[in-house]
Design a protein around this ligand. Structure first.
Ligand code: NAP
Length: 401
């Protein structure tokens, strides 16, 4: 934003759009604050969708008032960074099994005419106010949501204290903002299915994804070797160097799978003993990768970025005794206690993983809701065209920031 507008002007503009487009006047009030139309306190903003569809079409933005003090068992939090993950896009499209709850208000007493959904499953927030019964938190603590689809694409919200996890202080801001989804998935898939020993081989596709990079680093810390597949690209050598620096043992492209000599190459590296395969891509290349698995190996599928089905050669089940599993981190969180989730965060903090390659995209408070929505729609269009090779993290400012 190059043109600076005074906060008051922007607030009035936002309020005009807000009240005109969304709210009949009697429905928009926040009794905990002295709120009036002449001195609006629209300090916050959320990205929303009203119905499922293409995110580049259905996403919009709304402003809402300063949060009132939390009730006794709640805390107020303000989001610092909220990633856009592939599953967030799927949630908005309506093709993901979990989805945010519909909401008709953003703070106690504030009311929307029709329910909306706030996307965002992951994000780093800071505690800004604490209910009088809440113990163990202080203002400024960094927290993440312990609930799924908590609506992290917003500037601030009030949550039940039991629904947040305080983070160890050793995380960087970007690591903290990206710690809920990919590193835990990588960690659990590497620990929950087989008992890997030092020197064991793991094979994975999509190795340059944020998740793949977490797998490489965790495996390297444990002395496990990784055979990493990525799509071919002009800057393959640079990518290979980057992944090798993270701890990758071998980095290759899927193109190699069609080369007959590749089988011997893999045997030479691994002794034909790849014990675990992690699959986030599916489709034809994944089936071709499976042929390099060792006896009694396990395949864990967690994604299908190719949007193709996964097909298994029957012979692998018969002659190699392969076992296939699926993994969903949301299910893990659902089945585990808050203490187990906190322990997982401690384990990950100890590993000191490198930040995923990222770009922080600020949605300035000085923009109107309409312009904010347009920016996000354009951003997601570019992402879907593969024009962002890195994790995008949103910094959503409220209009009064
Ligand atoms: N099951 C779970 O609990 C769980 C948890 C976390 C993540 N996931 C899934 O894991 C996957 C990766 O997530 P992320 O956040 O790490 O993503 P990310 O950093 O955005 O990376 C996306 C990856 O997908 C690859 N890709 C995209 N389209 C592809 C295609 N048509 N064929 C082959 N590869 C393709 C990209 O390769 P290029 O660089 O070549 O484009 C890149 O490696 C997603 O499917 C996500 O939903 C699942």
């Amino acid at each position: 934003m190059t043109v600076k507008m005074s906060n008051l002007r922007v607030l009035k503009q936002s309020l005009r759009i807000y009240s005109k487009c969304i709210l009949p006047r009697p429905l928009f009030h926040c009794p905990h604050r002295a709120f009036s139309f002449s001195t609006p306190t629209l300090a916050n903003r959320a990205l929303i969708f009203r119905s499922n569809g293409n995110p580049a079409e259905v996403l919009s933005a709304v402003t809402y008032p300063t949060l009132p003090p939390p009730s006794p068992d709640q805390i107020n939090i303000s989001f610092r960074l909220s990633p856009i993950n592939p599953s967030d896009i799927n949630v908005i499209e309506g093709v993901y099994p979990s989805k945010p709850s519909a909401t008709t208000f953003f703070c106690q007493g504030h009311q929307l005419e029709n329910p909306v959904f706030v996307p965002g499953n992951e994000g780093l927030a800071e505690v800004t106010d604490i209910g009088k019964n809440v113990k163990g938190f202080k203002k400024g603590d960094w927290v993440i949501l312990a609930i799924q689809q908590g609506g992290t694409w917003s500037s601030a919200k009030t949550v039940d204290a039991k629904d947040v996890i305080k983070l160890p202080s050793s995380f960087s801001e970007v690591n903290a903002a990206t710690i809920t989804v990919n590193p835990p998935t990588a960690y659990n898939m590497l620990h929950d299915f087989i008992d890997l020993k030092e020197g064991d081989w793991i094979m994975q596709n999509g190795a340059n994804s944020a998740l793949g990079q977490a797998v490489i680093q965790i495996a390297a810390r444990k002395g496990w070797k990784t055979l990493n597949f990525v799509r071919s690209r002009n800057d393959f050598d640079a990518l290979k160097s980057h992944l090798s620096a993270l701890g990758a043992t071998q980095v290759v492209t899927y193109d190699e799978l069609s080369d007959k000599a590749f089988r011997d190459k893999v045997k030479g590296w691994t002794g034909g003993k790849i014990r675990l395969m992690l699959n986030g891509v599916s489709g034809r290349v994944t089936t071709a990768m499976m042929r390099h698995l060792g006896q009694d190996a396990h395949i864990v599928s967690y994604g299908a970025m190719s949007k193709e089905p996964l097909s298994f050669p029957t012979s692998l089940f018969i002659f190699k005794n392969i076992t296939a599993h699926g993994f969903w981190q949301s299910r893990w969180y659902h089945n585990k206690s808050k203490e187990e989730r906190e322990q997982l965060m401690e384990n990950l903090a100890e590993m000191k993983l490198q930040e995923p390659e990222h770009e922080i995209v600020t949605l300035p408070g000085t923009k109107s809701d309409e312009d904010t929505a347009k920016s996000v729609q354009n951003l997601i269009s570019k992402m879907s065209e593969g024009k962002y090779g890195k994790k995008v993290l949103l910094k959503i400012e409220g209009p009064a920031d």
